[in-house]
Design a protein around this ligand. Structure first.
Ligand SMILES: Nc1ncnc2c1ncn2[C@@H]1O[C@H](COP(=O)(O)OP(=O)(O)OP(=O)(O)O)[C@@H](O)[C@H]1O
Ligand SMILES: [Mg+2]
Length: 290
């Protein structure tokens, strides 16, 4: 491996080294000295099929979710978007990936207090800094006013916002980022949403956005779903029993299972739900594990 001191000074803001072995101490020191981010390919393949840490949901995805793309979880209020996104970060932390959630409409303290009520381990990863919680400041309103005034300002707005997001991701070495929900960051315009989502894609990082539903059954403006690489739609199946369903309605570049996955949200987080009919129809024999 060769380090080039000249390359480190030529104005490149992000220097990354893709590795597939453990670096020795000298190499680690050099990456720190030249501010080079290391990306471990082995980590990427290890976590490919372990996205949410919920076997049924991960299997439905069939390994189609890839780093470097933007994905969306859609659904009505209370259906479980934030919970699912939080489990995505916790699962990342379990496999050694740093994650962050950018909250655009909730106070950080409120989110943390709620996430701590689950027993899936959020608190521990949050305390050790493997999961970061970031609030969007009121400055977004000023910035957005410019765009609303004239769409001509959109390129400036998009590069400022996505530039700041990339900076957080690179500096904190985050490989799983959630924006919950995306709506306050965008405006209702096809070209804007297209440009924004394209700029949001960060190499070697999963970007997961959430969206409430309004103009379409997948998003607020009925535009977002066209530009993301995949959509997981959450719906209430039986509100009185708290049964929900998750369906993958789009997942570019992979074969996924389009049949819905039924679940409940308990203090353990997402818990697969097996209907009484399934239980009744199941085999009368039970194999005992060794
Ligand atoms: N600790 C917990 N134990 C059991 N259920 C919980 C717990 N915390 C939240 N829930 C349930 O999970 C549901 C889904 O909450 P979540 O915040 O994930 O929904 P959401 O889709 O993000 O909603 P919104 O659009 O309002 O942000 C809540 O309505 C609540 O019923
Ligand atoms: Mg939410």
């Amino acid at each position: 491996m060769k380090f080039n001191a000249i390359a480190s000074d030529c104005g490149i803001s992000l220097k990354a080294l893709v590795v597939n072995k453990d670096l020795d101490d000298t190499e680690i020191n050099l990456t720190h000295m030249y501010n080079i981010v290391t990306i471990d390919q082995r980590q990427e393949s290890k976590s490919k099929s372990d996205i949410f840490g919920v076997k049924e949901l991960d299997e439905s995805l069939g390994g189609a979710m890839r780093k470097g793309n933007v994905y969306m979880i859609s659904g009505k209020t209370g259906v479980g978007k934030t919970t699912t996104a939080t489990q995505f970060l916790v699962q990342g932390a379990r496999v050694g990936e740093k994650g962050a959630i950018i909250l655009t409409d909730t106070r950080g303290a409120e989110y943390v207090a709620n996430a701590k009520t689950f027993t899936f381990g959020f608190e521990e990863y949050y305390k050790e800094g493997t999961i970061e919680v970031i609030e969007l400041s009121d400055r977004i309103r000023e910035l957005k006013e410019d765009v609303l005034e004239s769409l001509k300002n959109r390129t400036r707005y998009i590069s400022k916002l996505t530039g700041e997001i990339s900076k957080i991701v690179v500096e904190s070495r985050i490989t799983r980022l959630v924006i919950d929900p995306i709506t306050p960051m965008i405006v209702e315009n096809d070209d804007f949403v297209n440009q924004f989502i394209m700029a949001l894609a960060i190499p070697h990082t999963y970007i997961l956005i959430t969206s409430p539903v309004m103009k379409s059954d997948l998003s607020m403006f009925g535009i977002e779903e066209y530009f993301v690489s995949g959509v997981i739609k959450l719906e209430m199946e039986d509100p009185s029993a708290g049964i929900r369903k998750a369906s993958i309605v789009k997942m570019r570049g992979g074969s996924y299972n389009p049949y819905p996955f039924y679940f409940k949200i308990t203090s353990r987080g997402i818990v697969p739900f097996q209907s009484e009919r399934d239980v009744k129809g199941s085999s009368i024999f039970k194999k005992i594990d060794a």
